[in-house]
Design a protein around this ligand. Structure first.
Ligand code: FE2
Length: 292
């Protein structure tokens, strides 16, 4: 998800897709996938929403290494009717929304190098596929993602893309969910990150606040470091209902002129699970690259 007005590379199709060319990955690239996969799957049980672990099996294909989208898509299509398509990098919002509305998830095809293992500026195939695809195998979350894509088209017409982008950021990328035994992670930006998987749940620094659609749409976010606030949903069903059943046009209108809320702010109206110390954020005086 990005605001990007690039020129389409000549090798990309009209919808910006490109072939994955799975046969061109080298042994070192497959080994990097396997290393990251093993590192995350060892750490996630107990931390991640059970639906993510249930969906993770969809990535265990007939061969190790980076998933071949052709094989993956047969399984994903069978589960929820979604597909993964490769794109050359960040794509314009309208293209992104159109793919989601048609149950297609766009993924980068490159994988990080050993030097980038914990600091990555642009999402790679590990973030896009390991982080996002397991929940696309969950029927409720799959419907939420499609609803988001449809909402994106309308937001474009209403000049409200920035508001809607915050919803994506604080749910799909950095969302927490209430589990039977406490909070759990489900956002792709967290589950694909070794360090943020721990920080988001265990560190006293960030706020953890109950999800509220209008509140989230007003809240600024960090793109250069760990989040200062995480929003907690009660269930994927609840998230889906809040998005499908909300008429966003009056919501956008009601938010017009409302001041943005800082990434670390806590409001009197918030339902707070944890009021963060912000110690971590305050210790980082110099902007750094986003931890992967
Ligand atoms: Fe992502």
């Amino acid at each position: 998800m990005t605001h990007y007005s690039a020129v389409k590379p000549p090798q990309a199709a009209d919808d910006w897709t490109i072939p994955q060319e799975w046969d061109r990955y080298g042994a070192d690239e497959h080994a990097m996938w396997d290393h990251l996969f093993e590192r995350q799957t060892r750490m996630l049980p107990g931390r991640v929403a059970p639906a993510f672990l249930e969906g993770l099996d969809i990535l265990r294909l007939s061969k190790p290494g980076i998933p071949d989208f052709t094989e993956l898509n047969i399984r994903l299509m069978d589960a929820t009717g979604w597909q993964v398509v490769a794109v050359p990098g960040l794509v314009p919002d309208a293209v992104f929304f159109d793919h989601l509305a048609n149950r297609r998830f766009v993924a980068g095809r490159f994988i990080r190098t050993p030097e980038q293992i914990d600091y990555l500026e642009e999402p790679d195939i590990f973030h896009d596929v390991f982080g996002h695809v397991p929940l696309l195998a969950n029927p409720v979350f799959a419907d939420y993602m499609q609803a988001y894509g449809r909402g994106g088209r309308r937001a474009g017409e209403l000049g409200a893309i920035a508001r809607l982008a915050r919803l994506y950021w604080y749910t799909v990328e950095f969302g927490l969910i209430r589990g039977a035994d406490g909070l759990q992670i489900y956002g792709a930006g967290i589950v694909s990150s070794f360090s943020e998987s721990i920080f988001a749940l265990d560190d006293p620094s960030p706020n953890r606040i109950a999800f509220d659609l209008g509140r989230v749409m007003r809240t600024l976010y960090r793109i250069d470091d760990f989040q200062q606030t995480y929003f907690v949903i009660d269930s994927f069903e609840d998230l889906l209902h809040q998005t499908i059943e909300s008429d966003f046009a009056p919501l956008y209108r009601s938010l017009q002129g409302a001041p943005d809320i800082g990434p670390a702010a806590v409001l009197d109206s918030d339902r707070v699970d944890h009021r963060g110390t912000q110690h971590y954020a305050h210790s980082r005086t110099v902007p750094t690259k986003a931890p992967a």
